[in-house]
Design a protein around this ligand. Structure first.
Ligand code: GUN
Length: 288
């Protein structure tokens, strides 16, 4: 069997169109343009690419962007001061601080200062708590985007087993919450899990978020499973050129899975689309 390739880029582009239409409606009815502030500290090349893509998406979605590129030696106090300023700015409905931050800056302190009502990344402990009890709040973008892709191929997860490989605060833990809300029977596997291949083989839905290139092999996958590959890893090809691969050995996995996301073009564009969605939701909430 060859898997259906889940086209995250197309789903994300369709979402951009919907978001743009809703943003225009909000502007027409209330004079409000959704606004997203993005803070990047330092010159990490991968972070710079992510931020550029996020800012490009705001333009496609009719969202106003406020971009702050600060030098690597910026102090914690300066970043905290900027977050406070953005918290108070009525034109800003979402605030994103790109991670990782340079080591002189305490990320928890910065993320904890963002107004939970503007926390477009959903990393503030208040939003983490709201998600865990199933109340409305901001849901982190990568799990939200992954859940949308899963729903496209398998709308009902009742009676299905889901395995999330990875237990990060950004992806693994919120993904578990979303899958539970959808009535899946969820296992969280990680680096200390015994016989990881056997655990993965139980999954009707397998979410790989480990950050290790092509770690999950074809024979770890249950035939017909939905495989969501969150990994974005840059590896060197034999010719010395770089290429992006996921956490799943795609060529093997697509021969076993029922549906699978590619890298690039799967979860990545959905993460960005959900950042736009979170900003739009926040702008709507701001008008009551
Ligand atoms: N760094 C890697 N992924 C993310 C993300 O989803 N949000 C932020 N702010 N930084 C990241």
């Amino acid at each position: 069997m060859t898997a259906t390739i889940i086209d995250g880029k197309k789903v994300a582009n369709d979402l951009h169109e919907e978001i743009r239409a809703k943003a225009e409606k909000l502007t027409a009815s209330h004079g409000v343009v959704p606004g997203l502030a993005v803070i990047l500290v330092g010159e990490d090349p991968a972070s710079a690419v992510y931020v550029r893509n996020k800012v490009l998406a705001t333009a496609a979605c009719g969202i106003k962007s406020f971009e702050f590129k600060l030098p690597a030696e910026t102090s914690e106090a300066e970043v905290l001061g900027l977050v406070e300023k953005l918290n108070a700015d009525p034109e800003v409905h979402g605030i994103l601080v790109q991670l990782p931050l340079p080591k002189q800056i305490d990320s928890d302190k910065v993320l904890g200062l963002i107004d939970p009502k503007k926390d477009a990344d959903g990393f503030h402990p208040v939003n983490v708590g709201l998600l865990s009890v199933g109340l409305p709040g901001f849901v982190p973008c990568t799990p939200r985007g992954s859940a949308i892709l899963i729903e496209k191929v398998l709308p009902d997860l009742s009676g299905k087993t889901a395995v999330v490989v990875g237990r990060s605060n950004i992806v693994g833990k919120p993904m578990i919450q979303l899958l539970l809300q959808k009535n899946a029977t969820v296992t969280c596997a990680h680096s200390r899990t015994a016989d990881l291949p056997a655990v993965c083989r139980t999954a009707d839905v397998l979410v790989a978020a480990v950050g290790r290139p092509e770690m999950i092999k074809g024979d770890w996958i249950k035939p017909g499973a939905i495989v969501i590959d969150v990994g974005i890893n840059r590896v060197l090809k034999p010719d010395g050129k770089g290429k992006l691969v996921g956490d799943v050995a795609f060529d093997e996995a697509k021969e076993v899975a029922g549906a699978i996301t590619p890298v690039p073009g799967g979860v990545g564009p959905m993460t960005i689309a959900c950042l736009m969605l979170n900003t739009l939701d926040s702008a709507y909430r701001s008008v009551g």
